[in-house]
Design a protein around this ligand. Structure first.
Ligand code: PGA
Length: 245
């Protein structure tokens, strides 16, 4: 049975309209009545368009809201289509996911991620910093080397890391239904924790109500970053319940 403080982050990706906010009612009710709710932190990261209405819906709940990315520039500027961390903060975001593999695949490099993290921290946001290896890197057995590089550059010259959470998300595991073997995952998280001191490390990649029973037994995991399954309130609630079963 898990009796540990755990963080559950819902990453809605590019899904959801105003109607999707109705499903939050179930999660709010669940959290209110859940016996171990003092052990849980829930953070919803919807598309930017839903941040404001979502924070309003969650006003009376302990659930917090975050964004999925931000522009690296801390100030306003001529960057069509972009939103910076200061703007996210102003509409109620408390967190921002940075370095998600879907953005790395679209060309986001470690150095840019480092600038984004600094900018987000400067704006007063907490950062969910994503790292993870691709299947090719895993096959070449260079996972640790890759993670080390992502951590070194991503967190370069950031003295105060208290507001940073790490999300270890193997790229080959995102949206595929595949998860690492327990022992392998324990060792990778252990490796990450040795590199970054006592930051919390979440696992992300195909977390669902079925595999969470196996995942929760890996006792160095501090929470989960849930993509697909988080868009379904029932599945997300099941993941949390099963973590504490
Ligand atoms: P998934 O996504 O749970 O759908 O694999 C996780 C993520 O991309 O953060």
């Amino acid at each position: 049975m898990t009796n540990k403080y755990m963080i559950f982050v819902a990453n809605w990706k590019m899904f959801g309209g105003l109607n999707s906010l109705n499903s939050l009612r179930k999660v709010v009710k669940f959290l209110k009545n859940f016996k171990k709710n003092n052990l849980i932190k829930i953070v919803y990261c919807p598309p930017n368009t839903l941040i404001r209405p979502m924070t309003k819906k969650l006003r009376k709940s302990k659930i917090e809201v975050g964004a999925q990315n931000c522009h690296e520039n801390n100030d306003y500027g001529a960057f069509t289509g972009s939103v910076n961390s200061k703007m996210l903060k102003s509409v109620g975001a408390k967190y921002v996911i940075i370095g998600h593999s879907e953005n790395r695949q679209a060309g986001e490099k470690d150095k840019l991620i480092n600038i984004k993290i600094k900018s987000a921290l400067k704006s007063g946001l907490k950062v969910i910093f994503c790292i993870g290896e691709t299947i090719q890197q895993k096959r070449k057995k260079i996972t640790k080397q890759i993670l080390n590089k992502q951590i070194q550059i991503g967190l370069n010259k950031i003295a105060n890391k208290k507001k940073i959470l790490i999300a270890y998300e193997p790229v080959w595991s995102i949206g595929t239904g595949l998860i690492p073997q327990s022992k392998e995952l324990f060792n990778t998280i252990d490796f990450i924790k040795k590199k970054i001191g006592n930051l919390k490390v979440l696992y992300g990649g195909s977390v669902n109500p079925k595999n969470v029973t196996e995942l929760k037994s890996i006792d160095n995991i501090d929470g989960f970053l849930v993509g697909g399954a988080s868009q379904d309130a029932k599945k997300f609630i099941d993941i949390i319940k099963k973590t504490y079963n």
